[in-house]
Write a protein that binds this ligand. Sequence first.
Ligand code: WT7
Length: 633
Amino acid sequence: MDYRITSYDDYRKKYDESVNNPEGFWADVASSFFWRKKWDSVLEWDFIKPEVKWFVNGKLNITENCLDRHLEGNGDKPAIIWEPNSKDEANRVISYRELHRDVCKFAAVLRSNGVKKGDRVCIYMGMVPELAIAMLACARIGAIHSIIFGGFSARSISDRLIDAGAAYMITCDGAFRGGKTIPLKDTVDDALANSPGVEKVIVFQRTHNPVSMIKGRDVWWHEEMTKVDEAELLPAEEMDAEDPLFILYTSGSTGKPKGVVHTTGGYMVYATYSFVNVFQVKQDDVHFCTADIGWITGHSYIVYGVLCAGCTSVMFEGIPTYPDAGRFWEIADRYKVNVFYTAPTAIRSLMAYGSQPIEGKNLDSLRVLGTVGEPINEEAWHWYDEHVGKKRCPIVDTWWQTETGGIMISNLAGITPAKPGFATLPLPGIQPVLMDEQGNVLEGNEVSGNLCIRFPWPSIIRTTYGDHERCRLNYFAAYEGMYFTGDGCYRDKDGMYRITGRVDDVLNVSGHRIGTAEVENAINMHTGVLESAVVGVPHDLKGQGIYAYVIMDVMPDDDAHTAADILQTVTRIIGPIARPDKVQFVKGLPKTRSGKIMRRILRKIAEGETRQLGDTSTLLDPDIVTLIAAGKK
Ligand code: WT7
C-alpha cells in the first residue's frame, strides 16, 4: 500500500500531484495491484459525450486482487467473519483460502448453469457470506452482477431484471432479520411472473422455510456446489479494465431507478485506495461496515475494497437492535473490530436507547469510526465520539454516492482534521467545485452552491445501463464539462466542505435514496388516487421522512384507513423503505400557471409552517394553499 497518505503534509503534496499530474498519480496507485497486462494509457476522457476510460487496455480480474493475491502470505487470515442474526447460532469465520475456493466453485456452478462473460446476474439475498461469494463468483467469470437490496418489492425486482436484461438470478429461500423471517424466494417468484426472461434461479438455503421450486428453472445452491469437481476449476476470466463489473440501481429525480454501471479496473483501484486512506487501515485490521451489501457502501467497503486491501471484513446479518441495542458493540468487542463504519441514522436510533446498552462494553479495539449516507447532526456526532470512540477515535464523515463508487470527500482518520457536520476535504484525485445557478464556478471560501466534480476519478459512473443519454442528462448536462452530484454544498472559511443535502427531487430517508417521483408513481397506482405530491420533512431518526399530499376522486370518510391502504400499495410497488410517514388528503395542489407543483410551499406546510409560506401570487389557485395549511380537504 505504497499509496497510503501518512501525514497532513503528505496529503497536501499528494493532492497537488493528483491535480498537476493526475495520470502519473493514478498510475502509481494502480501499480500496486495485480494486472495480467498493464494499461497502454492511464486516462481518456470527455465529459461532454460523456466517455471516461481508465487504465486503457489493461487486463485483470478483480477477484485475483481480492483473493488469489493474498493466498500465499495470508491464506489463513479471516477474509469474512460472519455474525448471524441470532446470537444462538454459530458464527462463521472464512479464511482467504476458503473464500477463494468457494468463489471458484460457485463460479463453476454459474458456468455450468449457462452464465457467460457479459451476462447480467441479479442477486437478491440476505446478508449471508454466500452473497459475497455470489458477487465475487460473477466477477470471476466476467458476469455483471446487479444486486437488489433485500427490502425491495417484487415489482422493483422485475423492473430491474427487465432493465438489465438478466437471464439469471441468485436468491435465498428467506432471510432472518431481527425477529422476522423474510420470504425472499416468494418475492422472487412474484417478480418472475412479470419477467419471463429469467431462465435460471439458484437458491441458497438459509431459513429452510418451504419454497416453491420450479422444474427446469430453480436449482439449489448446495446441490449445485456438490456437482463441482474441485480439480477442474477454471482460471479467472481475463477482463478489460473497462469491462463492466456491476450494475447497481439507484433513485433519481425522475420515475424509474437507473442502473449505475461501474467497470473493473477503475472501480477496483478507487474502492481500495479510498478504503486504505480514509480509514488509514493496517494490514491486519478488522473492518466492520454495518451497511447492507445491497447498497454501494457494502459493495465497496464490505467486499471489494476490504478484500483487495487484504483486511478482515465483518459481515452482520441482523439489525442493530436485535436482540438488544448493544449488538453492534458486542460484535465490535467479540471480533476486536478496529474500524467501525455506519450511518448517522443508526447512531441516532441507538442514541435513543441511552448509554446503558454500551456500558460494560470494552470497545478498546476501535481505532477509527466512520459515517456515511447523510449529513450527521452535531448531537449524533458528539455521542458517537464520546460513547463509542471514547474521544480517542477520529470520526471520518465520508461523502460519496453510488455513482462515485468510493468515498470522495472525507477527512483521513488522524491525518487531516475532522469537523463535526463537515465531510471536510476531498481525497487526492478529487476536484470538487461549487457552481451557482447560472453556471458560474464559485471561487474562494464561505460560498454555497451546487457540488460538481471537474475531473474524472477512476470509479466514476460510466453509463446508466441501456440508456447512455440518461447518464448524460442526469450528470453531465447541468454544467458543461462537469459531473453534477445533485447535492448542495457549503465551503467554509478554511476550505472545508459541508454537504447540505440534495438539490433535486431526491429524498434521503435513513441514508437511503428515494425519488419523490418514484413514490408519487406508486401512490398514484392506488385506486381512487387522482394525483399526489411527495416532499421530504425533517425526521428525528430517519433524517428525512416522507410526507405525501394526495388527491382522491372521492374524499375518504376514514382518512387513517385509506392512508393505511395507500401505504400498502407503496410497500407493494417499491418496498417498505418508501412508505410515507404521513399522508394528507387535499383538494388540490399548489401549482404554477405552467402546471409545476410548488414543492417549496408543500415542504413548509409539512414542517408545520402555516403562515410564512412565501410568495403565492404566481399560483394558479392561491386559495388552495390556505386550505392545505389548515388541514382542510
Ligand atoms: C447521497 C448518495 C454513498 C453511500 C451511501 C449513499 C448523501 C452520502 C453523505 C455524507 C452528507 C451524504 C448525499 C449523496 N450522502 N454521504 N457523508 N454527508 N450527505 O449512497 O444512495 O448513492 O446516496 O447520499 O446526498 O448524494 P447513495
